[in-house]
Design a protein around this ligand. Structure first.
Ligand code: NAD
Ligand code: MG
Length: 398
């Protein structure tokens, strides 16, 4: 049976809730036992308090200092300490535990992932943006602390499960699968009119709003290409993307001898979370099972980089290197949120990213340096400022 003392950062989000649900299922089925050190959330105090009542963590933290009293009131009589603000989230992430789930969305998750990376805990990393901004330094920090980084993103969990960790030289290339998102077959001329409601309705996966928009623009696959390059130490020209609308094959590793290994399963984030929670063991839960005969066939097509330019921009950012991936991530985050706020059209998301990339000069972020997180956040802030001004320009022109 798996026994773990755990912290869940971003526990009130899509991945966070799935993590706690899976822990409850593993406990009920007798394959796991968990003690919770800390839970952190954003503005959804009711959900955070409900989770804290169920799991009795030592501390529950909201990102919003203005909601601290509300959280205290909701936790009255439970013995759970309440705290608020980014400093309190970082403090919670720094506490010694066996396992930390980093599931805050966006670059906002970087400081806490960075803090958790030095504790020696196993870091289950869903927050892909922190890998994109600080990948080599973050990976090195986990290694030096004696911890282990396990990717939670379904594609990277797939590669992680079929990758020859002791003989990486056997790998020819990585193949990331992409669902293609809700607009895979929509003509370019119709894409300008896409609304936030249409963009967050993903055909296969149920996810938070920002990653759903990223999936619709395929910026998500771009972020994942950068994530894969850092996690598996692979150059951009040895990472392919193939569109696979059924989302059954989660990614593949091609070996030098022509053999290609894939990891498969129904599209449910609880499977990669379960893998990260128990690795190298496995826990049983009520997982949906594959029925290949019922599926009948799996289909594949090349991505269309003319309709989904974010993919090409991410590859370029990875090839330029230095802080270009941080700029890609920051501009994309600003543009995706502006689109969700109806301040930017769908097709202008990639335009904002391209413009920002051409305007911010990129330097290197030192791998393994204690300052890598601060330097990455400085580039992130500068890129955000420029991206916001470009969004304003688009709004004025509309
Ligand atoms: P979500 O929006 O559902 O949840 C985000 C969580 O972060 C919530 O708990 C929220 O309260 C918290 N949060 C938001 N802003 C914050 C801030 N400024 N400070 C502190 N906490 C903050 O997002 P999600 O879909 O669960 O995604 C979480 C991460 O996992 C993202 O990086 C995403 O790319 C990655 N991911 C998600 C999925 C998925 O299926 N949802 C799949 C792969 C990877
Ligand atoms: Mg993914």
């Amino acid at each position: 049976m798996i026994r773990r003392r755990v912290t869940v950062l971003g526990s009130t989000g899509s991945v966070g809730c799935s993590t706690l649900d899976l822990m409850a299922q593993a406990e009920a089925g007798g394959s796991g036992a968990f003690e919770v050190e800390a839970l952190t959330g954003g503005a959804n105090i009711a959900r955070l308090a409900e989770q804290a009542r169920r799991w009795k963590p030592r501390i529950a933290v909201t990102a919003d200092p203005a909601r601290l009293q509300e959280l205290r009131d909701a936790l009255a009589g439970t013995g759970v300490e309440a705290a608020a603000g980014q400093g309190a989230i970082v403090e919670a992430a720094s506490r010694p535990v066996d396992w930390v789930m980093a599931a805050i969305v966006g670059a906002a998750g970087l400081r806490s992932a960075w803090a958790a990376a030095s504790t020696g805990a196993t870091l289950a990393l869903a927050n892909k943006e922190s890998l994109v901004c600080c990948g080599p330094a973050l990976i090195e920090r986990v290694r030096r602390s004696g911890g282990r980084l396990i990717p939670v993103d379904s594609e990277h969990s797939a590669i992680f499960q079929v990758f020859p960790h002791d003989a990486p030289g056997q790998v020819e290339k990585l193949i990331l699968t992409a669902s293609g998102g809700p607009f895979r077959t929509v003509a370019y001329e119709a894409m300008g009119a896409i609304t936030p409601e249409q963009a967050v309705a993903h055909p296969n996966w149920s996810m938070g709003a920002k990653i759903s928009v990223d999936s619709a623009t395929m910026a998500n696959k771009g972020l994942e290409m950068i994530e894969a390059a850092y996690l598996f130490d692979m150059p951009a020209d040895r990472i392919d993307v193939v569109v696979h609308p059924e989302s059954i094959i989660h990614s593949l590793v091609e070996y030098v001898d022509g053999s290609t290994l894939a990891q498969m399963g129904p599209p449910d984030m609880k499977t990669p979370i379960a893998c990260a929670l128990a690795w190298p063991d496995r826990i049983a839960w009520a997982a949906p099972k594959l029925d290949l005969a019922a599926l009948g066939r799996l289909t594949f097509e090349a991505p269309d980089e003319a309709r989904f330019p974010a993919l090409k921009l991410a590859r370029q950012a990875l090839q330029v290197g230095g802080s270009a991936p941080i700029v890609f991530n920051a501009a994309n985050e600003v543009a995706a949120l502006a689109f969700l706020d109806r301040r930017l059209g769908f097709l202008n998301i990639a335009a904002v990213v391209a413009d920002t990339l051409s305007r911010v000069t990129t330097s290197g972020v030192e791998s393994g340096s204690e300052n890598a997180c601060d330097s990455a956040l400085a580039v992130d802030a500068e890129a955000r400022r420029i991206a916001e001004s470009i969004v304003l320009g688009h709004a004025a022109a509309a």
